[in-house]
Design a protein around this ligand. Structure first.
Ligand code: BTN
Length: 243
């Protein structure tokens, strides 16, 4: 076991990712250490957004990894592995989810989970990684229409601790595959990708275009086919406009 061996359980914290960063600086953690909080007072999302979550209702956790000086080329595989573990966790509770590139988890067009990865890199090598997970579990009212939770999808309550355990088991499975057969991680990630090989609308440089997702490359960039031409995009360059 690796993920979930060593767990910090907190009632309240600003952000589990911040707590993880402090543990790394003070060398008080190990590979796979998890931080699980009941409440965050300053939860952080992607693109400097705030991650809001009602206290005690959702899974708010961060994992720390020391990937043994992994080259930056391997970073997307960690992102893909986490997405796959989240899909598998939801699947365990009979929820069919998809990954909206790069790592949002969606169910029936609504976001159920967000991920915030923060890496400490020096000389092209990864010294430490923080994998932050915000999975909506028992919350049923959201500020935004396009959010959902395990409870909204299944009409029942969940033990957050149980969801966390299932996620740890799944992460422990996928990390082994990452070490032994990274190509399988990419293959499975593509299978779980929302809108793969499907014509859909995207906003690129302020213009709406019809494109089709073909793949992702070793840097995690999205390969889109637009008007018969394939182009690579970074996270902030593409907006999905159908959701
Ligand atoms: C997103 O914007 O989709 C990413 C959201 C990530 C939220 C999680 S909650 C646990 C961890 N701590 C944080 O402050 N953020 C991540």
């Amino acid at each position: 076991m690796f993920f979930g061996n060593d767990i910090f359980r907190l009632d309240r914290v600003d952000s589990t990712n911040n707590f993880a960063a402090n543990l790394i600086s003070s060398q008080l953690c190990q590979n796979g250490t998890a931080i699980l909080a009941e409440e965050q007072t300053a939860g952080r999302g992607q693109r400097d957004q705030i991650w809001e979550s009602e206290p005690n209702r959702n899974l708010l956790c961060s994992y720390i990894l020391f990937p043994d000086n992994v080259s930056v080329d391997m970073l997307p595989y960690y992102n893909w592995m986490l997405s796959l573990a989240l899909l598998e966790t939801l699947n365990f509770f009979n929820i069919d989810a998809k990954i909206k590139w790069p790592n949002d988890v969606f169910v029936e067009g609504k976001k159920i989970c967000g991920v915030l990865l923060e890496n400490q890199i020096s000389d092209g090598l990864t010294k430490s990684m923080i994998l932050g997970v915000g999975l909506n579990v028992n919350q049923i009212e959201f500020k935004y229409d396009n959010a959902t939770s395990l409870k909204l999808q299944t009409q029942r309550d969940f033990e957050i601790e149980e969801v966390f355990k299932v996620l740890n088991v799944s992460l422990n499975k996928w990390i082994v595959l990452l070490f032994t057969h990274p190509e399988v991680i990419k293959e499975q990630y593509l299978k779980g990708l929302y809108l793969l090989n499907t014509n859909a609308k995207f906003k690129i440089e302020g213009r709406v275009v019809i494109g089709s997702i073909k793949s992702v490359n070793h840097l995690g960039q999205l390969l889109l086919s637009i008007d018969g031409e394939e182009k690579l995009f970074n996270h902030k360059e593409v907006e999905f406009i159908h959701l």
